[in-house]
Design a protein around this ligand. Sequence first.
Ligand SMILES: Cc1ncc(C[n+]2csc(CCOP(=O)(O)OP(=O)(O)O)c2C)c(N)n1
Ligand code: SF4
Length: 316
Amino acid sequence: MLKLQDLAKNQELFSHGHRACAGCGEALAVRQILLAAQPRPVVTAMATGCLEIFSSIYPHSAWQVPMIHTAFETAASTAAGVEAAYRFAKKKGLISDDIRIIAFAGDGGTYDIGLQALSGALERRHRFLYVCTNNEAYMNTGIQRSSATPYGADTTTSPAGRVLPGKIQHRKNIMEIVIAHDVAYAAQTTVFFWRDLATKVQKALDAPGPSFLNVLVPCPLGWRHLPSETVKLSRLAADTCYWPLYEYENGRYKVNYTPTKKLPVEEFLKPQGRFRHLFSGEAGQQVIAELQRYVDEQWELLLRKQALFGEESAKA
Ligand SMILES: Cc1ncc(C[n+]2csc(CCOP(=O)(O)OP(=O)(O)O)c2C)c(N)n1
Ligand code: SF4
């Protein structure tokens, strides 16, 4: 089992001095990922988004590993190109190191505009890890809704008011889209659960083919919560089953965390300004009830998938 003291001995490959907002879950995730990746040497590609803007303002860089900044929609195709070149160089004996390739993109760059590049790279079976740093909106350009934004959230393009109760669609199930590509490994996690996250990074990097991590990263600016509550919200997301921690490996589903007491989704919503409008009136209560119904349904569905296609079912 991974120990914090072992991770702490590793080099900080995502260094201090970047310009993320205080309490940014995205910065936390990338730091944890690069700590967990060691000792494997990594090459990274990163789409435009908050991460790129706060970590690589010319002439500065927080990246202590090779990093390629790529267009908003092309994190996966850039990483795929690097992987193809690496495979060729290795075959020709030009490189002997056992390098891993990681692509980073936000939910806008993953669920929406980069989906085609992601699908192509997964289908061609490039061996790389794709990480979606998921803060559930286009934060870098001013909090527009994405297809990862949850039902009822107030964003600048799904503004809560007399006309709308916030976003009127549920989020897209990107995990199932990725899994449908028959990937080597796919998992969902979030920054509070550092051991879960780090273990998944290592599994994903050592998987024999394409792998995917969907990491929930609370964003104080867009979620409108206190910077000091980022980690607490990350935990509440899992404790309410709003964000189940699970993995898909060799065709099997495994739930990695079952809360001892499943909390109502309200506990996750309450500290966030993007859901504040839901707590003043009957209409808001209905939105919360619908979100709760969706969370419960998705959780039950996941448990059924685990029962049908999990380790237990394999033993039967
Ligand atoms: C093709 C293209 N369309 C739009 C933009 C403008 N743009 C830059 S960052 C961004 C939003 C990024 O959102 P996300 O990927 O979710 O990352 P976040 O900033 O939330 O981490 C957009 C729309 C762009 N750079 N390229
Ligand atoms: S807007 Fe959100 S994701 Fe972007 S740097 Fe600030 S906290 Fe991080």
